[in-house]
Design a binder for this molecule. Structure first.
Ligand code: SF4
Length: 281
């Protein structure tokens, strides 16, 4: 007999007759439910459901605060040709209107841009599609497609009327370096590594490109922003790699002295039959 919560909700698909002696054992079932908790938490008898031949579950309303819609389920059974009804288990089960916790969702599906805070670490998997080995030259000609000007002439300012002056470049560099994208922001101080070694850092051209790049990690607070090479955050591509996603353990059921019946979703524990010489007449 156990007195714990369980996720058992499914029942055998085949129709089995309701055993009259087990169905009549309401007082026995209630007494065991009360013994497992507090008398004030066991309410009206709701129904008796046949689980298998000579196996019946009695449901009682749960009156515990915070458990609206939950039901005490007491499963009773008797052996073949035996009149004695015994109790198999007592569990607290959610009814149709019970308030339940949401389904478990892997962290990678729960995570949203902006969730990462100072000091947090965000793992990247070895096969993360957003990352690839370093320079291959495959993207070298992309800037020549369509109407985009070739990279080198554009950086030299050949297609523009004016470009940043030396002062403008220095002013921007000092401002960026001293701001949130620099090495002294709280996020950077708590980071496990610098942007310089991060796979999400996109290089920019010109003299500013010797100190800064653009962060292209949607989970980073700096996504889409210019960051200093010695800035950093917990979403660094190599901070934590290949972290497996552990699934929650299944509920622990005490099977000592009991046989397990039922399918994948249903776990039913019944007492082993009594020996012949112990059976009542
Ligand atoms: S801010 Fe974080 S994710 Fe973005 S480039 Fe720097 S270390 Fe990488």
């Amino acid at each position: 007999m156990t007195g714990t919560t369980s996720t058992r909700t499914a029942r055998p698909s085949r129709t089995v007759p309701l055993d009259a002696q087990c169905a009549a054992a309401i007082d026995l079932a209630r007494a065991v439910a009360v013994e497992s908790t507090d008398p004030d938490q066991v309410g009206d008898h709701l129904e008796a459901v046949a689980e298998d031949e000579r196996v019946v579950t009695h449901y009682f309303a749960c009156l515990a605060a915070g458990y609206r819609g939950w039901r005490w389920a007491v499963t009773v059974a008797r052996a073949s040709r035996a009149r004695l009804v015994t109790v198999d288990e007592v569990v607290l089960l959610p009814g149709n209107e019970a308030i339940l916790a949401p389904e478990w969702v892997p962290w990678s599906d729960r995570l949203r841009p902006g969730d990462l805070g100072a000091g947090d670490l965000l793992p990247t998997l070895a096969d993360d599609l957003r990352l690839e080995p370093g320079y291959t030259g495959a993207d070298e000609d992309l800037a020549h497609d369509g109407n985009q000007p070739p990279v080198l002439p554009y950086e030299l300012g050949l297609d523009r009327i004016r470009v940043l002056s030396r002062y403008g470049i220095q002013d921007a560099a000092e401002r960026w370096y001293a701001g949130e994208a620099g090495p002294d922001s709280p996020v950077a101080r708590a980071a496990p590594a610098h942007c310089r070694s991060c796979g999400f850092l996109v290089a920019i051209g010109g003299s500013l490109g010797r100190m800064f790049g653009v962060c292209a990690n949607e989970y980073s607070p700096s996504d889409g922003q210019v960051v200093a090479f010695d800035h950093g955050c917990g979403a660094h591509s190599e901070a934590v790699t290949g972290a497996p996603q552990a699934e929650p353990e299944p509920p622990i059921i005490d099977e000592f002295g009991y046989d397990e019946l039922g399918g994948e979703a249903a776990v039913l524990l019944v007492a082993r039959p009594q020996p012949e010489d112990e059976r009542p007449d």
